[in-house]
Design a protein around this ligand. Structure first.
Ligand SMILES: NC(=O)C1=CN([C@@H]2O[C@H](COP(=O)(O)OP(=O)(O)OC[C@H]3O[C@@H](n4cnc5c(N)ncnc54)[C@H](O)[C@@H]3O)[C@@H](O)[C@H]2O)[C@H](O)CC1
Ligand SMILES: [K+]
Length: 491
């Protein structure tokens, strides 16, 4: 998995990396600039479009100058505006300033006519990870002006004004695209910052994961290449018992659809046998809309030991007796997936928390999470609380949302890279519960079930949205689960 390094350690990382490779820091800057240009050309092919590049005094500004040189060589009309030049600027900024072609237009921004042509591109190379305080004065005003320009805004590494690891309320560049180097900086994954970061693109500048690992032990970004090895391989003699027997408990009258979505998602994720136990009166007739799903009844003495995994909570309602939930946890006594109303039940009855089987997976959305841990004021605090909760109760906490966080009981924090806004639709979370329970039932460790479930769920959402966009519903996500296996080369 791709380590996420905090801003303070990045300078040290760069230094060690260039030493180990026997290269100069300006070579790494050139690598970063080339990676940006390659991304840029992939999207903005029209070489007559006017580009303004705003360069700060540090290495982020140096990147901007190197990018200006490379793009101008490709024929794009470039205007560089720099905040300052000469002394006070970083060494690599100065070296790249000297490398600008002779006839190049580079203007000190104090002498600039403050005009940005409509429809042009504004590239923000003012500050990156070296930002040391909230923006103020002329720089803050400049960013405000850039944010009002009728132009496409692109940030290099970080939108200027955004600290790399924390939440800000100060002035920040509003990017439509942020192109960040090697790994996403933590603050780019915060929901509060979406209007600053826009679409996130992580480009490779040649620093290997193993090298990054030395600078972070507990925060990671999950990518496509991390998934294959976490799946189990099934051979031609595998039978349906090997693919697991799973049970879903929930679905009170009026909310039974949630339970069916989880159950059906489990089937599509590869479960061999799927049963569901809706919360209905004994003898009442329940129609299951899928032939492959079996109806099950959990009575006070029902043996749950032959189930490989249980997903509990979707549509369960709020009228559940906490002792009944307790008896299920005690009888099953293996990791289970706890979602929705089962989480609400834990929150309302804290004594239950201590009885949750070790390594169980809790999948709260943000409101359910707050019921569990109390009010949180921002995402940084939310991440910390999820991590300490996972450690304290020895469970996996999956905090759902854009860049879903998986907090593991050993303190590691994993952020997901798949998914999109179209997945914010009724039942999407029930589908996730079904997928994770399915993998758990297929014999995956809770960690691998959580990672595979979250990644495939996001990928299925991406695939479904290709034809459905905002018309996408949870069942569309389920229908695309099989394609995610094909996409990732999983047999
Ligand atoms: N491995 C990589 O990720 C690479 C990153 N590169 C780029 O370098 C920047 C970081 O450069 P650095 O010089 O450390 O910092 P900045 O350019 O962000 O800014 C430093 C500069 O700004 C002044 N400053 C800071 N905050 C403020 C403020 N609020 N107001 C005014 N001035 C401020 C500070 O005093 C310095 O002068 C990284 O983001 C990448 O873009 C490399 O190019 C390659 C490898
Ligand atoms: K920037």
């Amino acid at each position: 998995m791709l380590p996420i390094i905090n801003g303070e350690s990045i300078k040290e990382l760069d230094q060690e990396f260039i030493l180990s490779k026997g290269i100069l820091s300006i070579d790494l800057m050139e690598e970063a600039a080339s990676a940006f240009v390659e991304w840029f050309y992939g999207i903005f092919k029209d070489r007559t479009i006017k580009i303004y590049i705003f360069c700060g005094p540090g290495n982020n500004g140096g990147d901007g100058l190197a990018i200006a040189r490379l793009l101008s060589k490709m024929g794009y009309p470039i205007n560089v505006l720099y905040l300052m030049n000469g002394k006070g600027c970083s060494k690599d900024f100065q070296a790249n300033f000297k490398k600008l072609p002779k006839n190049f237009i580079a203007t000190n921004f104090e002498n600039w006519n403050r005009q940005i042509d409509h429809g042009s591109i504004v590239i923000d190379a003012i500050f990156g990870v070296g930002l040391s305080r909230v923006l103020e004065g002329a720089i803050s005003d400049l960013i405000g002006e850039l944010n009002n320009a009728i132009a496409t805004r692109i940030a290099i590494d970080l939108p200027s004004g955004l600290p790399s690891d924390s939440v800000t309320t100060g002035q920040v560049f509003h990017a439509e695209h942020t192109v960040t180097f090697q790994f996403p900086k933590l603050s780019l994954l915060f929901p509060e910052h979406i209007q600053f970061t826009g679409k996130l693109h992580v480009v490779d500048i040649g620093i290997e994961d193993q090298f990054l690992q030395k600078f972070s032990s507990n925060t990671f970004y999950i990518r496509k290449e991390d998934i294959f090895s976490r799946h189990r391989y099934f051979h031609r003699f595998s039978h349906k018992g090997d693919f697991g027997r799973v049970l879903f408990i929930g679905g009170a009258p009026g909310k039974i659809g949630a339970l069916f979505l989880s159950s059906y998602a489990a089937l599509r994720s590869g479960s061999g046998l799927v049963s569901c136990a809706p919360e209905f009166e004994e003898n009442s007739s329940v129609q299951i809309p899928y032939n492959e799903i079996m109806l099950f009844q959990v009575k006070s003495n029902t043996d749950l030991g032959n189930m490989d995994a249980i997903g509990i909570g979707p549509g369960w309602g709020t009228a559940i007796d906490p002792d009944y939930f307790l008896s299920i946890m005690v009888r099953f006594n293996k990791p289970m997936v706890i979602d929705a109303d089962a989480i609400n039940l834990l929150a309302a009855n804290p004594f239950l928390l201590k009885k949750v089987p070790k390594n169980s997976i809790l999948t709260p959305h943000l409101k359910e999470f707050e019921r569990l841990v109390g009010k949180v004021s921002n995402h940084a605090e939310r991440i910390e609380k999820a991590t300490s909760f996972a450690i304290e109760y020895n469970v996996v906490v999956i905090l759902k949302g854009a860049h879903t966080l998986i907090a593991l009981p050993d303190g590691r924090k994993l952020f997901n890279s798949t998914g999109n806004q179209y997945m914010a639709t009724a039942g999407s979370g029930d589908v996730l519960t079904g997928m994770i329970t399915s993998f758990l039932g297929q014999g995956y460790s809770p960690e691998n079930a959580a990672i595979c479930g979250v990644f495939h769920h996001g990928l299925a959402g991406e695939l479904a949205s290709q034809s459905k966009r905002r018309g996408m519903i949870a069942s569309d996500i389920i229908e695309k689960i099989p394609n995610t296996f094909i996409e990732l080369g999983i047999e």
